[in-house]
Structure formats: C-alpha cells, structure tokens
Write a protein that binds this ligand. Structure first.
Ligand code: CA
Length: 246
C-alpha cells in the first residue's frame, strides 16, 4: 500500500527517489482542532448576509483565502464578485466569531507526529493559508521549539493561496528542499490539490466530515483517518522509503 503509493508518486512526478528531509505541515485541521469553529463562524456570517451555503461548503473551501471564499459565495448567490468593502467587512465578522468560539485545542495525535518528525531528524515547516495571528502564535505553546519564524508560510506570505501550488512551493524554498525531498500533511481537498500540484508526496488526514473520496480525488498519495493513526504508521512509511533505496 505505502510502497505502491510511493511508486505511483515517483512515476507521475518523474523522480527516481523519494528522500524526505522536510515535512510541510498545514495548520487548521492538522495541528489545531479548529475547523469546526471556522466552519461555524463562516456559516453564521454567511446566513446573516443571505449567502447560499451549507456547513460542508466551508470544509470544501478550506485553504482558500477569506476573500476567495466570500467571492465564491457572492457569485453563487448574487452572480457577481464581492466588493473590497464587502470582503473586508464579512471577513472581519467571521474572524471575530472564530476567535470567540475557538478553544485553541491542538489536534489529537499531532504532538506524536511531530515527535516522530524530530526522531527522524526531518525539518518541520508550517504552510498555512491562515493569517490568524493568535493561532500562529499559539504554535510555540502547543508545539514548543518546533516551528521557527523563518520556517513558516502564512496567509500574509502568499499571493494566490491554496489550491494554487504557490504556498507549498514557498514552503519547499524555506525548507531548502526539492519536491521529492519533502512530505506534506494536509486535511483539506484544496490543500491536497495545492501540495500535489507543487509535486510533493502528500499525506492526507481526514479529520473533518468530508468523505475520504474527496481527498483521494484531490490527489492524496496516502490517507489516514486522523493524526494518531499517521503517528502509529510513521515507522512503516519511513521503512518503505528506506527500502526503496535498496
Ligand atoms: Ca487545513
């Protein structure tokens, strides 16, 4: 299963080896159990502005910038893009609600994954579309001495955002790694799409309510139901990678 995933990845990308040096982590839904609060905040604000949406939409949009999410809803509801003022106002309202609801809890199992990353001397890099400063600042508290500021790609550092490959390409630059020298850990379909387009071996963790198929269709190379199961299988993944080198 793992071996097959690696072979398929190498074949598609035209690489001969997968030799990871860095692990690129998404944040919401991977390191923090924050997605239910994002989805709730979005849904409430969308309802107030009479924007057509379902709760599930916000898991499908996950990874987009706030402005891009608002535009999708405006096009769907009113057949036009949102104005700059509408985008600013709605995103502000969403952010206020998110911070009211969010409890800042780390994702169960994420600390175990990070412990594995350190055990294997891999470099952890953060790649998030989020510009939520409070949560980014909380990384040091939840995962001490893991993500340094020079190894972070946040919403402020990107022009396009996911599903464009840009955030993960910048992540590779920060890691000083080629595409076949990294892993990505992602929970969102658009995040997986971004990472796969950047040419990186992408491990999806389905920590939300969407069907597995959505993440596999987005191109995930491996899929786990949560971070605990990924941590448990980490040794196996790294063993298969070592085997590949003969
Ligand atoms: Ca995410």
């Amino acid at each position: 299963m793992i071996q097959e995933a690696i072979s398929l990845y190498l074949e598609k990308q035209g690489h001969t080896l997968l030799s990871p040096r860095a692990v690129l982590f998404d944040m919401d839904g991977v390191l923090f159990d924050s997605m239910p609060f994002h989805a709730r905040a979005w849904k409430e604000v969308a309802n107030e502005h009479h924007l057509i949406s379902t709760l599930e939409d916000f898991y499908l949009f996950e990874g987009r910038t706030g402005a891009s999410t608002i535009n999708v809803l405006f096009r769907r509801t009113f057949g036009r893009e949102a104005t700059e003022e509408e985008k600013r106002e709605i995103y502000h309202q969403k952010s206020v609600r998110f911070h009211t609801y969010n409890n800042g809890n780390p994702m169960p199992g994420a600390a175990e994954v990070i412990a594995k990353v350190k055990e294997y001397a891999l470099l952890p890099v953060l790649v998030t579309g989020s510009g939520q400063r409070k949560l980014i600042d909380k990384l040091q508290e939840s995962y001490p001495n893991t993500f340094t500021v020079d190894k972070m790609v946040t919403g402020d550092s990107v022009k396009y955002g996911k599903p464009h490959p840009e955030p993960y390409l910048i992540g590779l630059e920060k890691a000083n790694a080629a595409a076949n020298e990294a892993f990505v850990i992602e929970n969102a379909p658009l995040g997986v799409e971004s990472a796969v387009k950047a040419g990186i071996f992408t491990i999806a963790v389905n920590t939300g309510p969407l069907p597995d198929k959505v993440l596999l269709d987005a191109g995930a190379h491996l899929l786990y139901p949560n971070m605990e199961s990924l941590a448990k299988d980490w040794d196996n993944i790294l063993k298969e990678i070592k085997n590949q080198k003969g």
